[in-house]
Design a protein around this ligand. Structure first.
Ligand code: PLP
Length: 438
């Protein structure tokens, strides 16, 4: 294992990174186990973000490591175009069971971005297959994050991510976001105000006519944009309106899937059934890249009614890669054997109290929690948006905790296997960071 510093850091163009700042002050991780990373200087770093929201079972789970190691020696690669391998089918069955058979089929991708673009394409092709090819309009939401493909960017609602990339997809509308600091600050779970914002969908539908609208895509809880929790009743109302108009509802559960809210998916938590779910990250415990689209039986049926031939002209070389499938199967076993969801549920109240104990510390203007997620919003430094939270991130890393920041919001999403002692360590150190921040 190479635990030494790289000879040069100049060639790697790092994603979503301030490259110049990073290369002047690097943070290098060399190993991980359980709740901790180790950095190149040998320091333990408590993982408050499950990597990038993607390690629900904790790092280096022996079962997952063994399954991937075994598979790489047995079947390093196999195409899934016009052929297959058993693990891809086994995982699909297990995933459908994990959804309690609310979904009938799974389409594999390699990332959340690909899952989103796949779901949008399935939505368009589904309507076309049923003779409603006029339904081409897609609706996302302000402050939504759906990855970085052109489809996901188009329905996404984060200005800085979109602004340099041309006109994006035509025929896309956005619902308003639901963030309301004046009315909903310091809420636990779903905030009280804002259900009426779902009615904006009726306005968009009336403007364009339902016969032009294919799908609405939404993160049940927005993560990357700073943990925005839906107001009480909001998602149910969106479901009612989409069903009324024959519009598909897609939940982007790339971060909320696999137990983040203490239930298998956010759809279970909110008791709303979307027509498709996009997911990734936790599906393999982050070990091997994989994304997926879960679709309801009726969507798949529409394609199978077509004349014989390839039903959906779409897929990736690595759709259902053997290593990802091995990791996925082992991850689901760990969920069952180690009671990962049960642990998340049991520890959630302790987590929530610990997060809200930061109220009153310098610069903290909001705290919001749901499941094992927390958003801690800081007052921005005048004229320097994002600078205060970024300083917190760097200081936290130096003090041995990994947090994530977006704008001036700290987003926390630990592995679901954490214990009370980890919560105490995380918030003890984070409180110190906040107390000593400019
Ligand atoms: N959708 C959501 C809701 C996400 O949070 C993310 C990533 O964080 C994506 C899509 C994109 O996933 P990926 O980075 O795997 O492409």
């Amino acid at each position: 294992m190479n635990e030494s510093k790289p000879q040069s850091m100049s060639s790697f163009w790092m994603p979503f990174t301030n490259n110049r700042d990073f290369k002047a002050h690097p943070r290098l991780l060399v190993s991980a186990e359980g709740m901790y990373y180790k950095d190149v200087d040998g320091n333990a770093i408590l993982d408050g973000t499950a990597g990038l929201w993607c390690v629900p079972c904790g790092h280096a789970q022996p079962k997952i490591v063994a399954a991937v190691s075994e598979m790489v020696g047995q079947l390093d690669f196999a195409p899934t175009f016009q052929m297959g391998h058993p693990a891809a089918f086994d995982l699909a069955e297990q995933l459908m069971e994990y959804t309690d058979h609310k979904f009938g089929h799974v389409f594999y991708t390699n990332s959340g971005s690909e899952a989103v673009d796949t779901a949008l394409k399935i939505a368009l092709a589904y309507h076309k297959a049923r003779g409603e090819g006029g339904r081409t309009r897609l609706i996302g939401r302000e402050r939504g994050y759906h990855g970085v493909g052109f489809g996901g960017l188009s329905v996404g609602g984060i200005g800085p991510n979109r602004k340099n990339f041309g006109p994006l997809l035509p025929g896309v509308d956005h619902l308003p976001h639901t963030h309301n600091l004046l009315k909903n600050a310091f809420s636990r779970g779903e905030p009280d105000f804002g259900v009426e914002l779902a009615d904006e969908l009726e306005r968009i539908v009336a403007l364009h006519d339902p016969s032009t609208i294919a799908a609405v895509i939404i993160e049940p809880v927005s993560g990357s944009t700073g943990v925005l929790v839906p107001p009480k009743g909001y998602l149910k109302r969106l479901r009612e309106i989409t069903s009324k108009h024959g519009i598909l509802l897609i939940f982007d559960e790339v971060i909320t899937g696999f137990g983040r809210l203490t239930t298998p998916f956010a759809a279970d938590y909110f008791d709303v059934e979307p027509d498709m779910i996009t997911t990734a990250k936790g599906i393999t415990n982050g070990t091997v890249p994989m994304g997926a689209v879960f679709s309801k039986q009726f969507i798949h049926d529409a394609f199978m009614d077509a004349p014989p031939g390839i039903e959906l002209a779409h897929g990736y070389t690595y759709s259902g890669h053997p290593l990802a499938c091995a990791a996925g199967l082992a991850t689901l076993e760990v969920f069952k054997e180690q009671g990962v969801l049960e642990n998340a549920k049991a520890i959630q109240p302790y987590w929530e109290d610990a997060v809200h104990s930061l109220r009153g510390l310098p610069h903290v203007i909001d705290i919001r929690t749901i499941g094992l997620v927390a958003g801690i919003e800081l007052e921005p430094i005048a004229g320097k948006p994002g600078a205060r939270a970024f300083a917190a991130f760097k200081k936290a890393f130096a003090d041995g905790i990994l947090i994530r920041v977006t704008g001036d919001i700290i987003a926390l999403s630990p592995p679901l296997v954490l214990e009370k002692k980890h919560i105490d360590e995380l918030f003890g150190k984070l409180a110190d960071v906040l107390r000593n921040l400019d």
